[in-house]
Structures are given as structure tokens and as C-alpha cells.
Design a binder for this molecule. Structure first.
Ligand SMILES: Nc1ncnc2c1ncn2[C@@H]1O[C@H](COP(=O)(O)OP(=O)(O)OP(=O)(O)O)[C@@H](O)[C@H]1O
Ligand SMILES: Nc1nc2c(ncn2[C@@H]2O[C@H](COP(=O)(O)O)[C@@H](O)[C@H]2O)c(=O)[nH]1
Length: 207
């Protein structure tokens, strides 16, 4: 099992978390592994079961929650989302750094779960609410009702990031220019990446 700190990436819907994570996974294929969450929302075009999410039903997820299979779960914009223990173990067993893309309710639960090693918490902020709305609409995945729900949720997410002068997060990064924000994410993770690269090289040498 990997002893390198998992990475929790949070931020309002549409801010660009998935885009930044995809870049990390592409550049550091052997280093990072994505924790595939469960969700009760419908798949979007192009989303694959078991890759982007484990698509499930509320009944099934509630049953698995009762069985203690989840590290955290939350009702986010009217659907259930959750991180199973199995999803995190799968990445750790592959010797990779686990990346979780979760909302701030999930962040609170992960903090309360006192995971060992303690995750690194990164919050991605939009340059402005107007630009967040533009990105959310520009993605073209949500109905008007869902856009409104997600924008309303964004305020609570941003408030949590600002609480205690930002102390809930190891790093708060504004996703203005994508390449600049990506460099800032990599900089925040440079210690984790360095340790994981060293471990990966040792494994290759010993193979
Ligand atoms: N820096 C940026 N500048 C302009 N557009 C961006 C930037 N980063 C991401 N986007 C675009 O914004 C949209 C939302 O990005 P993305 O899907 O990665 O957000 P998200 O935070 O993962 O959302 P959700 O939480 O709903 O999954 C996408 O169309 C993406 O291409
Ligand atoms: N608490 C959790 N939140 C999660 C999880 N997986 C994703 N999310 C968050 O949900 C929203 C919406 O995602 P979308 O794919 O429907 O756009 C976003 O903020 C994600 O971070 C999870 O396992 N737990």
C-alpha cells in the first residue's frame, strides 16, 4: 500500500477540477491514480461506467453505505456521490498517489475520517462567479435548473474555502489561465510527485 499522501481536489462545479486532474493523469501516468467515485446521477455522453464514475442507484448506494463500504458520501446538487474504500485501496495497491475529486461536504467527512496518511487538500477557485457560470454553461452538460443548483452550491463551497483564512486547505489555486493553474497544482504537489517518482524508479530498477 502507498504511504504517499492522497490528494483531495475540491472546488465548485465547473471550476475545472476534472480538466486539471486529467492533465495530471496524462503527464504522470505512473504516479497518480484516480479514485473512481460512485454516483446516482445519469452518465453524460462519453462517460464510462467504472472509469469516470461507478454509476449506481440510490437504493444500491444506500445499502452499501449501511455496510460501511464508503469513506465519505454526500448529496451533491440532488444526487448521491461517494468515495468507496475499494476505490481508494485499488489506487494505493497499485503504488500510486490517489486523487479524489469531491465536494466540500466530502472534504469535511474525509477530514473527520482521519485517514492515514493524511491527505493533501487543494481547493480550486474560479477567477469570478461570472466566469464560473460561463464555464458551466459552456460545458453544455447541465439543464438550466441544474446550472442554477450548481451555482447556488458554489457559494457554500467558496465560503468553506475562505473559512479560517483558508486553513481548511493546504493550497488554494485560482484557475484563471489553465496552464498557469496547472503549474500551480504541480508546484503544490511537487514533494508528493518527487517521492512517488523515486519509488517508481526503484521499482523499475528492482524489477
Ligand atoms: N482555465 C480555464 N479556462 C477556461 N475554461 C476552462 C478552464 N479550465 C476548465 N475549463 C473548462 O470549463 C469547463 C468545466 O471544467 P471541468 O469539467 O473540468 O470542471 P469541474 O470542476 O470538474 O466540474 P464538475 O465538478 O461539475 O465535474 C470545461 O468545459 C473546461 O474545458
Ligand atoms: N462528496 C463527494 N463529491 C463528489 C464525489 N465525486 C464527485 N463529487 C463532486 O460532485 C460534484 C458534481 O460532479 P459532476 O461529475 O456531476 O459534475 C463535483 O463538485 C464533484 O467534485 C464523491 O465521491 N464524493
Amino acid at each position: 500500500m502507498s504511504s504517499i499522501r492522497p490528494v483531495v481536489i475540491a472546488g465548485p462545479s465547473g471550476v475545472g477540477k476534472g480538466t486539471l486532474i486529467a492533465k495530471l493523469m496524462e503527464e504522470f501516468k505512473n504516479i497518480f491514480g484516480f479514485s473512481v467515485s460512485h454516483t446516482t446521477r445519469d452518465p453524460r455522453p462519453g462517460e464510462e461506467d467504472g472509469v469516470h464514475y461507478n454509476f449506481t442507484t440510490r437504493d444500491s448506494m444506500e445499502g452499501e453505505i449501511k455496510e460501511g463500504k464508503f469513506i465519505e458520501f454526500a448529496d451533491v446538487h440532488g444526487n448521491f456521490y461517494g468515495t468507496s474504500k475499494a476505490a481508494v485501496d485499488k489506487v494505493a495497491d497499485a503504488g500510486k498517489i490517489c486523487i479524489l475529486d469531491i465536494d466540500v461536504q466530502g472534504v469535511r467527512s474525509v477530514k473527520a475520517a482521519e485517514m492515514i496518511p493524511t491527505p493533501m487538500f487543494i481547493f480550486i477557485k474560479p477567477p469570478s462567479m461570472d466566469l464560473l457560470e460561463q464555464r458551466l454553461r459552456g460545458r453544455g452538460t447541465e439543464t438550466e435548473e441544474k446550472v442554477q443548483k450548481r451555482l447556488k452550491g458554489a457559494k457554500a463551497e467558496l465560503d468553506y474555502a475562505d473559512d479560517n483564512g483558508g486553513a481548511n486547505f493546504d493550497s488554494i489555486i485560482v484557475n484563471d489561465d489553465l496552464e498557469r493553474a496547472y503549474e500551480a497544482v504541480k508546484d503544490a504537489l511537487k514533494e508528493n510527485i518527487g517521492v512517488a517518482e523515486h519509488m517508481w524508479n526503484k521499482r523499475v530498477e528492482n524489477a
